[in-house]
Design a protein around this ligand. Sequence first.
Ligand SMILES: *[C@@H]1O[C@H](CO)[C@@H](O)[C@H](O)[C@H]1NC(C)=O
Ligand SMILES: *[C@@H]1O[C@H](CO)[C@@H](O)[C@H](O)[C@H]1NC(C)=O
Ligand SMILES: *[C@@H]1O[C@H](CO)[C@@H](O)[C@H](O)[C@H]1NC(C)=O
Ligand SMILES: *[C@@H]1O[C@H](CO)[C@@H](O)[C@H](O)[C@H]1NC(C)=O
Ligand SMILES: *[C@@H]1O[C@H](CO)[C@@H](O)[C@H](O)[C@H]1NC(C)=O
Ligand SMILES: *[C@@H]1O[C@H](CO)[C@@H](O)[C@H](O)[C@H]1NC(C)=O
Length: 641
Amino acid sequence: MMLLNPMMRRHAKALLAVVTALLVVTAILETHESYVNKLKDEFYKEHMTGPQAVINSACVLPRYEPYDPSIMHFIKSWPKIDCGSPQPPLTYVDDKGYLHINKTAVPKLKYPWEKLGCYHYEIIRLKNDDDRIKLGPGKVFFDPERLPHEFSVVRCLEEPRKKLIYETGYAQIKEMPKSLSNKSEAAARNGRVNALIFVFDSMSRLNFIRQLPKTSKFIQERVKGFVMEGLTKVGDNTYPNMLSLLSGFSASRYRNEKALRPFWGNASAPRGYFDDLPALWKNFSQNDYVTMFSEDFPKFTAFNYNAHGFKVPPTDYYMRPFWLAMENQKHRLSKDFRCYGNVPKYKFLLNYVKDFVCKMQKEGHAFFSLTFLTHLSHDHINSIKIIDDELLLFFESLEVLNVFRNSVVIIMGDHGNRFDPIRGTVIGRVEERMPFLAITLPPSLEHFRSSLAANSKILTSWHDVYEMLMDVAFNNLKAVSKVVRYGFKGLSLFRPIPSNRTCLQIGIPREYCVCWVEKELDVNDPKTKKTGETLVRILNEQLHQKDKKKLCTPLQLDSVKNAQKLMPSATVARRDDLSVITRITITVKPSNALLEGTLEAKALRGIYLVGNVNRLNKYGNQSDCVTDPTLALFCFCKRTA
Ligand SMILES: *[C@@H]1O[C@H](CO)[C@@H](O)[C@H](O)[C@H]1NC(C)=O
Ligand SMILES: *[C@@H]1O[C@H](CO)[C@@H](O)[C@H](O)[C@H]1NC(C)=O
Ligand SMILES: *[C@@H]1O[C@H](CO)[C@@H](O)[C@H](O)[C@H]1NC(C)=O
Ligand SMILES: *[C@@H]1O[C@H](CO)[C@@H](O)[C@H](O)[C@H]1NC(C)=O
Ligand SMILES: *[C@@H]1O[C@H](CO)[C@@H](O)[C@H](O)[C@H]1NC(C)=O
Ligand SMILES: *[C@@H]1O[C@H](CO)[C@@H](O)[C@H](O)[C@H]1NC(C)=O
């Protein structure tokens, strides 16, 4: 044995201590690691046992039939539009665009013809304002006359008393500046393909097929449209979905990265405008197209609901001022909210689109056209069916105008219905996430047919549709693309897309992903009930944090309506960080709110909430006391209790 002097001995002791400590730590770490591994293994084994263990595909799309017996009791007939006769039908426009007095209606008035004075007023959009209009001075109208303005209000008064007896509006396609006209004619001569988009608010694929059988048949059979069966929404309501379709941005990227801050959800914020949005109509303009944007229901349009829209009209043709003027008309309201005076509202929209397309095609301009129909499809799944015949006629008239021969036509919903009672069912939930999307190709793009057909069967999102439209805008229409992508996430639907992509890759949030292998859980199982209680606890924690003034009543679990376990398939499941999702729909007291939450569990993290909680029934005035839109979904104000 070596003799050590005291100094060396002290060093040796210290060294020994360090080595021992290291050994102990390593041992602990090793045990910890094997413990962690054991937990992960157990978690994996516990959950990866069902069908998910053998499915060999990244995404298993749900397959439901439009007429599944389990939802047929939600499909009902709907009252036809009946404007009644709130006022005599005093004026009309003929085929050539001339306004006339309806001479057959005049004798039915209580006043002689000479006592009637009819005037027209220009509808003027206020500068830098998307929400207000004014009327120009009234001009006497001589029958027949071509109205001089793009948008006009027409009124008839009983002269001596100046009593308003009739009021309506007319929208027509104004002349365009020569510079634009020259460019867009050249683009059309060069064979540029047009883009026409028609959006039905809240329209799922299954509901479109169910409610609009004639239109649907026309799209699929007559003009050979592809119906995209894997198209999934990227956000809850209209705004995030339209944003991605039109700009390639996700709502959160737009908010965070661009610092453009549209302040969606905060109408009192000063810069709630979207003029800076890199919307693809700008890219069509940049490529010499004439652009048009028309929407009904001005309160709830994509960029005005909870925001301020555009300071400057975003497109060459922009119908919004017309709708604002029509909303102001309070004279002799029809009892049917679907009418302005004696005319169904949808007619104003369809006629405008038809007139626009007609002018573009006849005069030979390349065009981009975007239309959004809301008031007939937003609230209920059944309400749209009453215009199937008119929609068929409308699309047939576009066919007569050769639209399907020189345009890519997109007919779509932005998302499925979010409030109709069908939303409470398993199929209704899938429908909410999977909007209708049909795409037709002109003969010059036949070479994209096979890719489009293949892509119609796989998972896709609005980011892909954005890429496809940008291809059209930039004439990137050869079999092989010149660019990888214009936006951030998508791939053009014109070309082959790998079938193994995941929701995450294409901007579909976990809570809307439809790729999981689903297993229905027993609502009576105490474990399921416990998950429901966990959701309520998390919601109450959020209330506790956000509701500083303590205006909302704490919630209590009332019942679990249904719950599903969602598992990745074996192809994408990773033992190391397997996550198991439970989607659960509950009702709570005292508000009777129907809430759907998505909870995730991991081997080492326990259970936590992911994404938004959805409110599946309307909250009405329950949450009047709060303004925060996320709080409003589940706050039940104390004063109403
Ligand atoms: C003209 O008035 C008659 C009688 O009220 C009505 O039946 C007809 O539909 C009206 N025509 C137009 C084009 O509005
Ligand atoms: C448009 O084209 C016409 C004829 O080609 C030409 O005379 C005119 O100067 C052009 N106008 C503009 C504004 O480019
Ligand atoms: C909304 O915007 C206003 C004005 O900028 C601001 O004072 C307020 O805090 C914002 N509210 C929310 C909930 O962000
Ligand atoms: C599309 O338009 C936006 C807005 O003008 C612009 O920022 C963007 O660069 C354009 N995209 C391409 C590929 O030119
Ligand atoms: C999909 O398949 C491609 C080619 O086989 C592969 O490179 C890629 O990693 C796969 N992606 C996923 C998410 O599995
Ligand atoms: C809330 O709405 C309900 C039903 O529409 C109505 O009966 C009730 O009086 C309203 N309560 C308040 C406080 O406005």
